[in-house]
Design a protein around this ligand. Sequence first.
Ligand code: DQA
Length: 157
Amino acid sequence: MTPHPKSVLVLNGPNLNLLGRREPAVYGAQTLADVETVCREACRTYGFTLDFRQSNHEGVLIDWIHEAGVAQAAGMSAGVVCNAGAYTHTSAALHDAIKGAAVHLIELHISNVHAREAFRQHSWLSPVAQGVLAGFGVNGYALAIAALAMQPAGSKQ
Ligand code: DQA
């Protein structure tokens, strides 16, 4: 019997709905719909199904991470790719959610946050993330999905 394909949850946080219009010199011209297409193609390559979401609300992102933890425990999730936007730099609550739900999560940023303002250089997510990708533009989402395929949830790398 062919195993049920695992899903990848791609979470986008605040202001990422504005991609394409928002600071194009930093984030590029591609929209969130374009990002979804990049993710869909990468998921097709690796045999994952895609669950693609965006919210401007911290609590909603936390609820979705809890949901991913349940899916992962049931063997249905390959992991989470999370661009938490500015909540990356402020949210102890997201840190606790990732840790508490024990999700296999890759932190992602379109821009190279380390080459930007000082406040972007601290991340509450990095200590509880499997890994971090920053500065590869929207193609970073495809790289993150490839990383989930190479390091499945539950593996001790
Ligand atoms: C971002 C970087 C964050 O510092 C910023 O607040 C964002 C987007 C990125 O994708 O480069 O909203 O996460």
